[in-house]
Design a protein around this ligand. Structure first.
Ligand code: SAH
Length: 210
């Protein structure tokens, strides 16, 4: 196997990502297909990288932490906000029943769709839209993951989480975001904080350019 992949998996384990299925999904998802050509050499390094439209592909360690925090068994209906390159979504698609993903840039969404097709990932439903509003026609998600940061969890997303469902999201003001896990219990949401993180912001509406 590519030594860079072995190195990445070892470093994720060293950082505390221990779920074998999550590690295996990361190992078998070719991150080099999701980065822009200029960054091909760094594709398997444990760092975020720039992608089109001024956005970023998340750091593998953060992808590992967030995916692990979703506690997936293979049966879940998942909603992802912020498709970006499609990397996090591709990993989720190997661990869940179906993944609905929303992106506000058409360019990013079209590129991600091409990657999903090339990798024959058929349980992903992508859509252009404002993820802050969620996916009202689907509703009742077992899991929700936000890969863009908001100061507060968007109420529409909490409302679309099923009872006992989990949502993982970077929450807080810019410069002080925390990876936060929300667990729904009826009308209550219990939360706990995992890590300090840096994500691009969740923005309103569909992007007018690109
Ligand atoms: N999960 C991505 C990370 C992309 S960065 C990956 O693995 O590559 C976050 C993404 O969220 C960006 O592409 C940005 O355009 C998108 N985003 C920001 N606000 C959004 C919104 N309201 N609705 C949908 N996508 C949004």
């Amino acid at each position: 196997m590519n030594p860079k992949i072995v190195q990445l998996i070892l470093s994720l384990r060293g950082e505390g990502v221990s779920d074998a299925d999550v590690l295996s999904a990361i190992e078998t998802t070719p991150r080099d297909l999701f980065v822009t050509p200029e960054f091909l050499e760094q594709a398997w390094e444990d760092r975020p990288l720039p992608i089109a439209c001024g956005q970023t592909i998340s750091q593998p360690m953060v992808v590992g932490r967030m995916t692990e925090a979703l506690c997936l068994t293979g049966r879940e209906k998942v909603l992802e906000i912020g498709t970006g390159s499609g990397y996090q979504c591709a990993i989720l698609s190997k661990l869940a029943r179906r993944v609905y993903t929303i992106e506000r840039y058409r360019t990013l969404l079209e590129e991600a769709k091409r990657r999903f097709a090339a990798l024959k990932l058929r349980n992903i439903v992508p859509r252009l839209g404002d993820g802050g509003l969620g996916w009202p026609e689907q509703d009742n998600f077992d899991r929700i993951i936000m890969t863009a940061a908001a100061t507060e969890p968007p109420p529409a997303l909490l409302a679309q989480l099923r009872d006992h469902g989990l949502m993982v999201a970077p929450i807080g003001p810019s410069g002080d975001q925390r990876l936060t896990v929300y667990r729904r219990d009826g009308d209550q949401f219990h939360q706990h904080v995992l890590d300090k993180v840096r994500f691009v912001p969740l923005l309103d509406g569909i992007a007018k350019t690109l």
